[in-house]
Design a protein around this ligand. Structure first.
Ligand code: FNR
Length: 387
């Protein structure tokens, strides 16, 4: 089915499910424990309804949005996601190129299988997301590598002190490092498009994928137990390391995984440039609050740092609601993995195009032709209305 038949992110999700082995689709789509936070991220949008302005001239519309000294074509970027290479051939670079051609930010995950130096050649504006141990002797050489690669924005993810419990991955026999469980082998055989287009092509052209970007050194292959544990020391991470990173990293610094206003204030007082409101798409603490629920108080608590948010954004209207509630920029994860699975770079680009088109239509219908002007006056709190 061609991309033009994919009318929404939900269509891309269905196509991804058809294309991927069950274990890999489960890795992309799943979340921790009972999926409460995954659902909360989506249902939080229902609280807010639009109050559109009538008879505003909307013949010219703008959604370009500035962040960290650059103007992006739309207010939503591609967030960091690990092991994109198991979803599509050369997945990290496919996402990086889709973002570059659309004019939106792309964040390369620490858990990626393409050396950051190559990704930065494909997309010189790419950001890098780090998973860090509480050990400056490991962090410093990594920061040097990231700087030398040309990265301008460093995103430190702080909501994965240890791995969460993702039962669907255990049930499907999916794990990283990948193990050849019978379930994984059988589910791979059932998906010939993936088997040939992703798996065989990757082995033939690039060999066995390796983690390349956890530390200053290249990592081990992702299908056998690794030498050394890249997770070692991560649970001990504290604000002390963020302070030390701030002292040594001269580029923009973003802390991803903030859900409390007081943490946003701490980040800002340390000199962090961006507070990234995230619950990891419901993949870490299940039962954690939805990001949209805490966005207004975090936006109110910050003055200088940019407020970035992700979690459950699937429509243009979702993005506009977050911008109206105080976000400076929005990211998403799964929508671009669905696109990547369904159609590689073109599929990821299609996901971006769909969202851009929706935002454009929605701004016109809202009677707010300039996204920069959207604010809380365009929203009605339906929970307060019902009370
Ligand atoms: C993620 N996420 C993530 N975050 C991060 O900081 N480093 C990572 O390596 C990953 N890996 C990852 C893999 C996959 C398959 C998914 C779906 C997500 C979390 C991601 O950056 C983002 O916070 C969520 O995906 C946002 O929620 P939505 O847009 O997927 O609903």
């Amino acid at each position: 089915m061609g991309m033009n038949a994919m009318l929404s992110i939900a269509d891309l999700q269905k196509a991804a499910k058809r294309r991927l082995p069950a274990g890999i689709y489960g890795y992309v789509d799943g979340a921790s424990e009972d999926h409460r936070t995954l659902r909360a991220n989506r249902s939080a949008f229902e609280r807010w309804a639009f109050t559109p302005h009538a008879l505003v001239d909307v013949s010219r519309r703008s959604q370009s949005t500035g962040l960290f000294g650059k103007t992006w074509s739309m207010p939503i970027g591609i967030g960091p996601m690990g092991v994109c290479g198991v979803v599509a051939y050369d997945g990290d670079c496919a996402l990086a190129r889709a973002a570059a051609s659309a004019g939106v930010p792309f964040v390369l995950s620490a858990a990626s299988t393409t050396p950051m130096e190559r990704v930065l050649r494909e997309n010189p504006d790419a950001w890098y997301q780090a998973y860090l141990p509480a050990n400056m002797a490991v962090i410093e050489p990594l920061l040097q590598r990231v700087r030398a690669a040309g990265v301008g924005v460093l995103v430190v993810t702080v909501d994965v002190p240890i791995a969460s419990t993702r039962e669907n991955e255990l049930r499907n026999g999916f794990s990283i490092p990948l193990r050849w469980t019978p379930k994984l082998v059988v589910s791979g055989m059932l998906k010939p498009g993936w088997l040939l287009g992703t798996f065989a092509r990757t082995l033939a052209r690039q060999g066995i994928p390796h983690f390349e970007n956890f530390t200053a050194e290249r990592g081990g292959p992702i299908i056998v137990a690794q030498k050394g544990d890249h997770r070692a020391g991560r649970a001990a991470m504290s604000w002390k390391e963020i302070r030390a990173i701030r002292d040594s990293w001269k580029g923009k610094l973003v802390v991803k995984g903030i859900l409390r206003a007081e943490d946003a204030r701490t980040a800002e007082s340390i000199g962090v440039d961006g507070v990234f409101v995230s619950n990891h798409g419901g993949r870490q603490l299940d039962g954690a609050v939805s990001t949209l629920a805490v966005l207004p108080e975090i936006a109110a608590a910050t003055t200088r740092a940019a407020v970035i948010v992700d979690g459950g954004f699937r429509r243009g209207t979702d993005v506009i609601k977050a911008m109206a509630l105080g976000a400076d920029f929005v990211f998403a994860g799964r929508p671009f993995m669905y696109g990547l699975a369904a159609g590689g770079e073109a599929g990821a680009r299609h996901a971006l195009n769909l969202l851009k088109k929706e935002i454009d239509v929605d701004l016109a219908l809202l009677g707010c032709p300039d996204l920069a002007e959207v604010d809380g006056r365009y929203l009605r709190d339906m929970r307060a209305a019902a009370a």
